[in-house]
Design a protein around this ligand. Structure first.
Ligand SMILES: [Zn+2]
Length: 64
C-alpha cells in the first residue's frame, strides 16, 4: 500500500485506486505519462539552454 496525493485534488489515495474517493478523478495515483514527463523535461532543458545562451550573449555584449 502506497499513499500518494491525488493529481487533481491532493487527497491521499492508494496507487491502486482507479478513482479518487475525494474528487472522482481517474487514476489519481498516476501523475503524468512517460511521454508527457519526457516532453516536460525536454521543455525545461530547452528553457535552461535558452536562458544560459541569452545570459552568455549579454555577458559577451557587456565585456566588449
Ligand atoms: Zn482527488
Amino acid at each position: 500500500m502506497l499513499l500518494v496525493p491525488c493529481r487533481a485534488c491532493g487527497h491521499q489515495v492508494d496507487t491502486f485506486f482507479v478513482t479518487c474517493p475525494g474528487c472522482r478523478a481517474t487514476n489519481p495515483g498516476h501523475k503524468m505519462s512517460k511521454q508527457q514527463a519526457g516532453l516536460s523535461v525536454l521543455l525545461i532543458q530547452l528553457i535552461v539552454g535558452l536562458v544560459l545562451g541569452v545570459g552568455v550573449c549579454i555577458y559577451a555584449w557587456n565585456t566588449v
